[in-house]
Design a protein around this ligand. Structure first.
Ligand code: SAH
Length: 358
């Protein structure tokens, strides 16, 4: 029993069962008890590890991608470098260091971090204390000044809340969380939702089929499209490239999967990213997307092998650490980061941008 599960039981007792997206939003972002709000969850001593925390090469190569994005934007003298959900700020620090190799690009950058957690924002402030470029923090993407922009989001989308629907004899019903004998438990809302809530290709299904949607992706697409000035963005996350039935909600604590309802606020809760749905949301707003590629393919195209070899030559003692970090990032096993994680580029229409190519 966590402080948040107490609070959720009180909420459910007064308002009734809550949908999965509300549960997820509170589990991660409740002002006092939300998982990200009062801790640093990353690394071996934490709950999970992300690509920039595995190897500096990751953020450095994102810097190479950002330089090519700046080129595609027409080399503007001033560019907003936006990161959604920057964690410890490690990716941005590594990116800025590698961008320094292209002084006109580096000099054009102002950094804009979108972060909901004050605890992590202060951690980012420490990591970026030495950054030469101006850095500012925003609670929301819409607070960032207009103008040409490069956007980076690594493992951000997976933390955005999902809704789940289950096909029953009476149609699609929303999965909700109620309380049963004092414990939180999954259930179904009594009334079916209109079929239009479910993506077109998934509407016809047998009872028991589950459909997951992430409404925040459509709002994010709307906010990106509402910006004036050219934009190039990069989303990297674990997920799948074709919309399909199934549920992917998962909770992780101390590097192990746990029951998502058991310790709300004390375990990370995420769901896989449906890149096809994200692309539909972005295109519906008039933005262009490239086909997602595997993280392995993406990092190869940016020269991960050559980068790691160059670093190892500079500092032979780091060879083994670099080699194992890189192997982990490009691991092609089905559950390895190289295959499970995908990279997808979005741009304002008419911008030619690679890699990855269309
Ligand atoms: N990109 C980092 C961290 C990923 S964890 C890395 O790769 O290491 C998710 C990050 O997104 C955290 O910083 C978390 O606090 C932030 N976050 C999650 N949901 C958010 C939201 N709705 N708005 C702003 N930040 C959010």
């Amino acid at each position: 029993m966590t402080p948040l599960s107490e609070e959720l039981r009180t909420l459910i007792a007064s308002d009734g069962p809550i949908p999965v997206d509300r549960f997820m939003a509170l589990a991660l972002g409740h002002p006092r008890h939300g998982y990200y709000m009062n801790r640093d969850p990353f690394g071996a001593a934490g709950d999970f590890i992300t690509a920039p925390e595995i190897s500096q090469v990751f953020g450095e190569l994102i810097g190479v991608w950002a330089a090519s994005a700046w080129d595609a934007l027409g080399r503007p003298a001033s560019v907003r470098l936006i990161e959604l959900g920057p964690g410890r700020g490690t990716l941005m620090a590594d990116l800025l260091r590698s961008a320094n190799a292209l002084p006109t690009f580096h000099a054009a950058i102002s950094v804009h971090l979108v972060e909901m957690s004050a605890a992590l924002a202060s951690r980012q402030r420490q990591t970026l204390a030495g950054a030469v470029r101006p850095v500012s923090w925003h609670r929301d993407l819409s607070d960032i000044p207009e103008g040409p922009a490069i956007l980076i989001a690594n493992e951000f989308l997976d933390a955005l809340p999902v809704r789940q629907f289950v096909m029953t004899e009476r149609g699609w019903r929303e999965r909700v969380i109620g309380a049963s004998e004092g414990a939180l438990a999954f259930g179904l809302a009594p009334d079916p939702v209109p079929a239009a809530v479910v993506p077109e290709g998934l509407r016809a299904a047998l009872p028991g089929a589950v459909c997951e949607i992430r409404p925040a992706c459509a709002s994010l697409a709307g906010q990106l499209a509402a910006r004036t000035g050219p934009l190039a963005g990069l989303f990297i996350d674990y997920g799948y490239t074709e919309t399909a039935h199934g549920e992917t909600l998962q909770a992780v604590k101390a590097h192990k999967f746990v029951d998502p309802l058991a310790e709300p606020g004390e375990a990370d809760i995420t769901a896989h990213v449906d890149f096809a749905a994200l692309a539909r949301d972005l295109r519906a707003m008039g933005l262009s997307t490239r086909s997602p590629v595997s993280q392995r393919e993406f990092l190869f195209s940016l020269g991960i092998r050559e980068r790691a070899e160059a670093l190892a030559r500079q500092n032979p003692a780091s060879f083994e650490r670099l080699r194992s970090g890189v192997e982990r990032l490009i691991d092609p096993a089905p559950t390895g980061m190289g295959a499970l994680f995908k990279a997808m580029v979005v741009t304002t229409s008419g911008l030619s941008m690679g890699p990855p190519a269309d």
